[in-house]
Design a protein around this ligand. Structure first.
Ligand code: NDP
Length: 235
């Protein structure tokens, strides 16, 4: 198999970094966007802020020069600004939408040109169980994450006949610096709703993303794949 050009947004830490490492282990040419210059060993780090179309364009140009057109795009960059609706400012809402949803649109639009030309491409959008299930205090985040489903499905209908697939991965709770900092009582409260009885490891999300980009998954498009230990079953 020839090494493919892979770009992951927000690949300097957390789930994005684990996804980058999975593709590196696969022998692909991996680039990650980063705002602080840090990138996993073996990946090309390119500066980009997904809220800024010009910086996204410059990052793609850099990746294309180094690795060729992006064949696999993982839109992973995301933020939260949690608070209850009554207290949520319009800025809290639009900032999250601009990063999580419009940010995915910006990278998708830029990547689609090369994918159409190559007549192949894999797009994976990192959503969340919250996009299907809802969550108090996360109207902004949940809206952005469910929007990604409409994005992947519309892309599937628009470009599915050009050898391009688009899927959504919806993680539940993933072990991170944030979950590690929760006290035992709070962790236990979250865990009692998760049939698997534990949080996911970032590598468990990464392996699903890598598989969706594999030849074996070539006929899967417009799907929402939960990686949530059963938390969101039925949604
Ligand atoms: P982290 O907070 O650890 O990492 C988020 C990444 O997104 C960082 O690399 C960050 O860059 C990047 N990012 C944020 N804003 C921008 C921006 N404007 N431009 C470019 N990059 C940006 O998050 P996780 O690894 O936990 O989450 C990754 C994805 O998975 C997110 O979309 C999140 O919503 C989703 N998710 C996470 C879950 C979890 O339990 N952790 C559960 C379900 C979904 P920087 O380092 O510069 O800030």
């Amino acid at each position: 198999m020839t090494a493919r050009s892979v770009l992951i947004t927000g690949g300097n830490r957390g789930i994005g970094r684990a996804i980058a490492e999975a593709f590196i282990a696969n022998g692909d040419k991996v680039a990650v966007t980063t705002r602080n210059g840090d990138a996993p060993d073996g990946a090309l780090g390119v500066a980009a802020d997904v809220t800024d179309a010009a910086s996204v364009d410059a990052a793609f140009t850099e990746v294309e020069q180094a690795h060729g057109p992006v064949e696999i795009l993982v839109a992973n960059a995301g933020i939260t600004r949690d608070t209850l609706l009554m207290r949520m400012s319009e800025e809290d809402f639009t900032e999250v939408l601009d990063t999580n949803l419009t940010g995915a649109f910006r990278v998708l639009k830029r990547a689609s040109k090369g994918m159409i030309r190559m007549k192949k491409g894999r797009v994976v959008l990192i959503s969340s169980v919250v996009g299907l299930y809802g969550s108090p205090g996360q109207i902004n985040y949940a809206s952005s994450k469910s929007g990604l489903i409409g994005m992947a499905r519309s892309l599937t209908r628009e470009l599915g006949s050009r050898g391009i697939t688009a899927n959504v991965v919806a993680p539940g709770f993933v072990r991170s610096d944030m979950t590690d900092e929760l006290d035992d009582a709070t962790q236990a409260k979250y865990l009692q709703n998760i049939p698997a009885g534990r949080f996911a490891e970032p590598t468990e999300v990464a392996s699903v993303v890598r598989w969706l980009a594999s030849e074996e998954a070539g006929y899967i498009s417009g799907a929402v794949i939960p990686v949530d230990g059963g938390l969101g079953m039925g949604h």
